[in-house]
Design a protein around this ligand. Structure first.
Ligand SMILES: [Mg+2]
Length: 745
């Protein structure tokens, strides 16, 4: 059927009409889209029409009418019929949809069209979208004539859709920009935008606050001016790498100068922004202020180094302490085993030292000890070790010594060094040494035996009034003081001379009493009250600590039972030592004791120090987990004085950390201590751990802890450790539930 001139005129006028309508729709996108679809459909008499915009590799349906409404919203351009239309740059007619491989099958099945025209819409050379019109009715298939009509219409449609696409893109840009601005201005991290030279272009309020400069003072200035000298080289290298296209982002910790001269630590992430051609345009630096964290870390590291030295050295003489001495003997034994050599262990006590102290004062005594320590150090080889074991007692380790004969010259040098007078306060003082010597392997094959036998020999030297004596089995029957003390301690455990004092812990905010810590005292029949420092090390050395701790736990549980019977709900904390945590029997014994006293595990708590747990992490972990499984809460004691490895806090079932008294007591005078206390409180809060401040001695510190949000405190400001009767009285006076004054009496 030939097309008449009249038809052509009719079509043209409808196309112009369409253009006018589109122009009238202005920026009303929905209206414009609807006009495009309605006119495309009515001009061709199609049953459906659909407008899709190109978004990267995909087509996105903007609107669809008629049967096209069933079409997919978003699909890949590559598998779409539009791809073929775009290639030709012309509207594409598909007369038999069911058999044409160019169609997206899924789409075709959904819509059910039998004929289709796809009209690509261009803005200059760029395709911006497509209009599809389609028919389902096989009797009214779309024809070449319809295709030509749409080809004419496509110019109008292209202009309209370009406008839509442009407007959409601009709106998306505006939205993105306003989202960005909201983030930029409101962000708690600092954001600096700098150009490819590194000059500041823009910055957000968080940067102004962090660095103390206003935007006006920073814009146009090289951002490097605000960086710390020591970080500059790395910063510039990274920036240059980015500009060279080697990376799009980098991250590191660096320091900045605040306007007031302070240093700020920032965790900085720099991200490159490129222009449309892919060239570097801006660098966004996002800076998180981590100054507090860095200060805490540095303080903890300093403290940890100090602790490590202090943990192994004697403060007065700078010599090795008992712990380090034991370690060195252990090493020397292993070495001697390998090399079949011998080792001499010496214990030296100064005769009449007490008299110096008594007549000239402690200071004179200290000067004397320091001088003698130094002299003995010079009298032995560099490979040997001199240690101060306590009081006027020294230990000397002579490595690779082949027997007694070889050790004698060194021992005599030591004696001469000690006996040479020392001038203190203008007076020449003379002391004499008594040295006991034990040799590996003849006198013992382990540290404990060697030390104990050197000690025995030393008492032999004192008794015999000789400078030095080698160990002899005969000495063992003489029962020297230390052996006696071990015997006494064993008896004390059996005879229940060990008593518990209790020190309360309270909530800082309300003052409410939360729990108590049980502290051990030895009620010695002759010597009176002995504090744990005087006998716990001995108990640990001899293994007596195991029965001793069990005795303490039993005593604490008996007390808890008494409290519960009165209606007092007061958990009791007991301190454990490494030996307990290395003992696989321990959890079972604790469970048995809980059952025997019919006390809920929640009423018992254990305090462990960091070094206790780290001694042998694999073995202690098993015991720790079994104790926790019983329902006993575990607490880290003296926190901050150990290795400062915080990793175990999350790995072990710990529910409480106790900030070591040294930090709490110093927090008013030392910034490092205050930082550590504050950081531990924050850390505990973040990890869901209860934080206890130990050693709170003044109202001032108490208030300070309250302000920092520390939940619990313990210390003399609240109460000293007191016997159970006194505790009940003390609690009654504070109205503790279940303990009235009459009951206390
Ligand atoms: Mg404790």
């Amino acid at each position: 059927m030939a097309r008449s001139h009249r038809d052509d005129t009719e079509r043209l006028s409808r196309i112009f009409q369409t253009q006018r309508e589109i122009a009238a729709a202005g920026n009303d996108l929905a209206e414009m889209t609807r006009i495009v679809l309605d006119r495309s459909r009515s001009i061709t008499g199609a049953e459906g029409a659909m407008l899709c915009l190109v978004d990267g590799d995909e087509l996105v349906t903007r609107d669809a009418v008629g049967i096209a409404e069933k079409g997919h919203r978003r699909r890949p351009l590559a598998t779409s019929v539009a791809k073929h239309a775009i290639e030709t740059g012309q509207p594409l007619l598909i007369e038999d949809c069911e058999n044409d491989h160019r169609l997206n099958r899924e789409m075709q099945r959904a819509v059910g069209d039998t004929s289709l025209i796809c009209v690509p819409l261009f803005q200059g050379p760029r395709v911006v979208g497509v209009v599809n019109v389609m028919n389902r009715d096989t009797a009214k298939r779309l024809t070449e004539e319809d295709r030509q009509t749409l080809e004419m219409l496509s110019v109008v449609l292209s202009a309209a859709v370009s406008h839509v696409a442009e407007y959409e893109a601009r709106r998306a840009e505006i939205e993105a920009l306003s989202r960005f601005n909201a983030l930029f201005d409101g962000a708690s991290i600092g954001i600096v935008r700098s150009d490819t030279e590194g000059d500041v272009v823009d910055l957000n309020p968080a940067v102004e606050e962090m660095l103390g400069y206003t935007a006006g003072e920073m814009v146009g200035v090289s951002f490097r001016n605000f960086m710390h000298q020591d970080d500059l080289e790395e910063s510039i290298a990274r920036f240059d790498q980015m500009m060279a296209g080697d990376c799009n982002t980098y991250q590191f910790e660096r320091r900045y100068h605040r306007k007031d001269g302070k240093i700020i630590w920032g965790q900085t992430t720099a991200v490159l922004e490129r222009d449309a051609d892919g060239n570097p345009r801006f660098v966004h630096s996002m800076i998180e202020n981590i100054t507090e964290r860095k200060l805490a870390e540095q303080a903890l590291v300093r403290q940890s180094e100090l602790n490590q030295h202090q943990a192994l050295h004697d403060a007065l003489t700078g010599l090795a302490n008992r712990t380090l001495f034991n370690e060195r003997i252990e090493q020397a034994i292993r070495e001697a085993e390998r090399e079949s050599s011998q080792v001499a262990v010496l214990v030296m006590d100064l005769d009449n030292f007490k008299e110096v102290n008594d007549s000239l004062g402690h200071h004179a005594g200290d000067v004397l000890l320091a001088e003698l320590g130094s002299r003995v150090g010079h009298a032995v080889r560099a490979v040997d070790t001199v240690a101060r074991l306590g009081g006027d007692e020294f230990g000397i380790l002579l490595r690779k010594t082949d027997g007694r004969e070889e050790a004698i010259p060194a021992i005599e040098r030591i004696c001469q060094a000690v006996e040479r007078p020392v001038t203190v306060q203008g007076l020449p003082l003379s002391v004499e040494a008594s040295i006991g010597v034990a040799i590996y392997p003849d006198d013992g094959r382990d540290v404990e035996t060697l030390l104990q036998r050197a000690d025995v020999a030393m008492y032999g030297a004192k008794e015999g009034n000789s400078s030095y004596v080698f160990y002899d089995e005969a000495f063992d029957h003489r029962d020297p003081t230390r052996v006696m003390l071990v015997g006494e301690l064993r008896r004390a455990i059996e005879e229940r001379e060990l008593v518990l004092f209790y020190q309360p812990k309270a909530r800082v905010g309300s003052g409410e009493i939360e729990s108590v810590e049980a502290l051990l005292r030895w009620q010695h029949p002759e010597r009176g009250l002995i504090y744990p420092d005087a006998f716990i090390p001995l108990a640990q050395q001899t293994g007596l600590i195991v029965p001793l701790t069990l005795r303490v736990i039993e005593e604490a549980l008996a007390q808890a039972r008494q409290f519960l019977d009165r209606g007092m709900h007061l958990p009791i904390a007991v301190n454990l030592s490494t030996r307990n945590l290395l003992d696989p029997q321990f959890p079972n014994q604790v469970e048995e004791l809980l059952g025997r006293w019919n006390v809920d595990a929640g009423m018992l708590r254990f305090e462990l120090t960091e070094s206790t747990m780290i001694a042998d992490p694999v073995r202690t972990r098993d015991v720790i987990e079994r104790l926790s499984a019983l329902g006993i809460e575990l607490s880290i004691d003296d926190f901050g004085t150990g290795y400062s490895s915080l990793a175990y806090l999350t790995r072990l079932p710990v529910s409480e950390i106790k900030i070591d008294r040294s930090f709490v007591m110093d927090m008013a005078s030392s910034e490092d201590s205050a930082t550590i206390v504050r950081s531990i409180i924050d850390l505990g809060g973040n990890l869901g751990l209860t934080v206890v401040a130990e050693g709170v001695e003044t109202q001032e510190i108490w208030d300070e802890l309250d302000a920092l949000g520390c939940p619990i405190a313990q210390g003399y400001h609240l109460s000293r450790p007191i016997p159970p009767d006194a505790l009940v009285e003390w609690l009654a006076a504070r109205g503790f539930p279940g303990c009235s004054e009459e009951q206390a009496a």
